[in-house]
Design a protein around this ligand. Structure first.
Ligand code: ADP
Length: 400
């Protein structure tokens, strides 16, 4: 284990109340330590991490992000060598919002930290937490390059007609309102892997990627460049998600506000009490399917709304791309759920899309094809690996 971390990148994903980390080798993707520190600031925090023989879980108070990152350091030392002696070559930070400023992985210095902080108005929950993660990690590992990898960067190539909201131009400019897109690291990684899997050049493929996790987003990719995506100014737009509504008529917000709901209440409603949870009471897809199996009508409707929205985006992107070569499912739901994959592409034979039932059911963790031989469109399942993608991007940039 101790030699295992030599040449690795420490990937840090510092969220509003959690820190996810992984020590990952940029060539092999092999992970020598990983874990999740959550419920930071709550009376009882939770730490889960992998060690030699399995998974460990502890419950302790974690005062703040500083204390959380100190725990990362302790865990790395416990499973291998102390952090500063673990042979780490770079630290890769997942940053949610790069705004109109950052389109590429970027070496972090004080000015970059300030710019990420300045973008907080666009991602008030995420960017401040990202900044704290950077600050503490730079203190812990001051002699190693730190790299910021932005969730929005891959969507920098959206054409203006896809990134522009049809609202007053002056207001939009004043408030930096446009469609930015999120989950970009995953969409880029998965579309690259899909091309590799098919043995095709990225530049010759029209792709749709469906990233279905707790958060969910779809993208249309032509020749390796994103031309549309379902998330917008914030990660609230688009598909139905675990707790997020996805698309609603903006009039709903006005109506609720005029009916007496404050803006924070509406924010809470749409981000944390909507989506599958709002419709069925549960946000976890497995729990939803269990309820559907028991004949719960709310859960059945939630499932149908989820699939209906997904089909709507697939249809839109098929037309935008003028035909598609490959549709790829990824994320916890996309990688594991047979029903969503079947139902979201059902009855599309006349569009050249046919999912093979047995292939769809095959139990595998690897990238795989689930379309039938006669399907013109290749339908794939490709596990995402954002940590690996961030590690590779960091090392490419710092050139170690
Ligand atoms: P995040 O967006 O937090 O990274 P994930 O990509 O891990 O989330 O996806 C989490 C979702 O995947 C949850 O709704 C979970 O229920 C679902 N999921 C995980 N495994 C399965 C499975 N075997 N069958 C159906 N859904 C699954």
């Amino acid at each position: 284990m101790s030699e295992g971390s030599e040449g690795s990148v420490l990937v840090v994903n510092s969220g509003s109340s959690s820190i996810k980390f992984q020590l990952v080798h940029p060539d092999t993707g092999k992970s020598s330590a990983s874990g999740l520190i959550e419920r930071i600031g709550e009376p009882e925090g939770r730490i889960v991490y992998h060690h030699r023989t399995g998974l460990a879980e502890r419950h302790v108070h974690i005062a703040d992000h500083r204390a959380g990152l100190k725990m990362v350091s302790d865990i790395v030392a416990e499973v291998g060598r102390p952090l500063r002696e673990a042979g780490i070559v770079a630290v890769g930070h997942r940053i949610v919002h790069g705004g109109d400023v950052f389109y590429e992985p970027t070496i972090i210095d004080d000015a970059v930290v300030q710019s990420i902080s300045d973008l907080s108005a666009l991602a008030p929950l995420h960017n401040p937490a990202n900044v704290i993660g950077i600050e503490v990690a730079r203190e812990e590992l001051p002699d190693i390059p730190h790299v910021a990898v932005f969730d929005t960067a891959f969507f920098h190539t959206l054409p203006a007609e896809a990134s522009t909201y049809a609202i007053d131009r002056t207001v939009a400019q004043e408030h930096a309102i446009r469609r930015y897109g999120f989950h970009g690291t995953s969409h880029q990684y998965v579309s690259g892997r899909a091309a590799e899997f098919l043995g095709r050049d990225l530049s010759e493929l029209n792709q749709i990627v469906l990233h279905l996790g707790n958060g969910a987003s779809a993208s249309a990719i032509r020749g390796g460049l994103a031309i549309d995506t379902s998330m917008g100014l914030t990660p609230l737009e688009g598909l139905v998600m675990g707790t997020r509504s996805g698309d609603v008529d903006p009039g709903v917000i006005l109506h609720l506000h005029r009916s007496g709901m404050g803006v924070d209440q509406i924010d809470d409603l749409l981000n944390r009490h909507s989506g599958l949870k709002g419709l069925s009471g549960v946000n976890d897809f497995r729990a939803l399917l269990a309820l559907v199996g028991e004949g719960d009508e709310d859960a059945a409707l939630a499932y149908d709304v989820y699939v209906h929205r997904l089909r709507k985006y697939i249809g839109a992107y098929l037309v935008e791309l003028g035909g598609v070569d490959v549709i790829t499912f990824t994320g916890g739901v996309g990688e594991n759920n047979v029903d969503v994959r079947r139902d979201s592409l059902a009855g599309l034979g006349r569009l050249g899309i046919v999912v093979d039932d047995d292939r769809n059911r095959a139990d595998s963790r690897d990238a795989r094809r689930i379309s039938a031989d006669e399907s013109d469109v290749q339908v794939l399942v490709v596990p995402t690996n954002e940590e690996f993608a961030i590690a590779r991007a960091a090392v490419e940039l710092v050139g170690v």
